[in-house]
Design a protein around this ligand. Structure first.
Ligand code: PAF
Length: 282
């Protein structure tokens, strides 16, 4: 496995592979790799000749400095993990100055309202930061395929929109949510939970399962109330939002229509750690 820090060095290296008709898969990450990331890398290794994994904790997508500072950084361990998977991986670990060309700010995007709800409403500027870095990374790597986890489902929809708007020649591949033994969605942030809370945090997934079990028989309002009640009666977790939306537009709904796919989304605080999850309802 090669580790490259400079985007020009990476581009030059990748150019050679492309000239040899080799396909490039790309897995962008912020590091602190867990099985969820590794499942994306495995998918990419299966589909492509070369897999580029980036590790970059992107400052412009954090609306909270403490969250940025506390984001887990485990580069040595990440390198070992990736190196153990395959020699066909290039790990890209740029500095802020290098990937942003010295101008570490977000661009402003419009994604038809996808960016305004849920994470967009609660994390000001978050999706502008995500779209800015993903656009920079995609333009640097120019992969054939790029892999994103459905845990960040809103991010995934926004990236698909970004790629369409900017006409970037890459296929976005969604990958299923990877879960811990009892259902907690895998996230680098789980590392920040105490063992006791981590063991109880399947509560979040279970609350989505409860919502799903009522979907179709109870009204959207009743489902929302029952999920809210679950959190009001549990002092370990604080609900930030729970929404049921149209899966494509991400518009929160009041009534269920036929022939439409719906998904439940949740954001919860556990000991100051913000966790998100989602589940397809039909
Ligand atoms: O999902 C993430 O880890 C990040 O938002 C991403 C896509 C790597 C951009 O920084």
């Amino acid at each position: 496995m090669q580790v490259i820090q400079d985007k020009n060095v990476l581009s030059a290296q990748l150019k050679k592979y492309k000239e040899d008709q080799q396909t490039i898969g790309f897995v962008p990450t912020m590091g602190a790799l867990h099985e969820g990331h590794l499942s994306l890398v495995a998918e990419s290794l299966k589909d492509n000749d070369i897999t580029v994994v980036s590790i970059f904790v992107n400052p412009t997508q954090f609306d909270n400095l403490t969250d940025l500072e506390k984001y887990p950084r485990t580069l040595e361990k990440d390198i070992e993990l990736l190196a153990s998977l395959s020699a066909d991986i290039i790990l890209f670990t740029p500095t802020r100055e290098n990937i942003y060309d010295g101008d570490i700010t977000s661009k402003t995007y419009e994604f038809n309202g996808l960016e305004k709800v849920m994470e967009g409403a609660f994390r000001s500027g978050h999706f502008n930061g995500v779209a800015t870095i993903v656009e920079l990374l995609l333009r640097t790597v120019e992969p054939n395929k790029a892999y994103f986890g459905e845990k960040d489902f809103q991010q995934l929809q926004i990236i698909k929109k970004l790629v369409a708007l900017k006409e970037l020649p890459v296929k976005i591949i969604p990958c299923p949510i990877s879960r811990e033994l009892h259902g907690l969605a895998r996230s680098s942030r789980n590392e920040r939970l105490t063992k006791a809370t981590r063991e109880k945090a399947n509560f979040i997934y279970n609350s989505l399962i409860t919502a799903k079990s009522k979907f179709g028989t109870k009204s959207v309002q009743e489902i929302k109330e029952s999920v809210t009640n679950l959190y009001e009666n549990n002092s370990d977790f604080t609900l930030e939002y729970f929404e049921i939306t149209d899966e494509d537009t991400l518009t929160p709904i009041k009534k269920i229509q036929e022939n439409t796919k719906y998904r439940a989304f949740i954001a919860v605080y556990a000991e100051e750690v913000r966790l998100i999850d989602n589940l397809a309802l039909n």
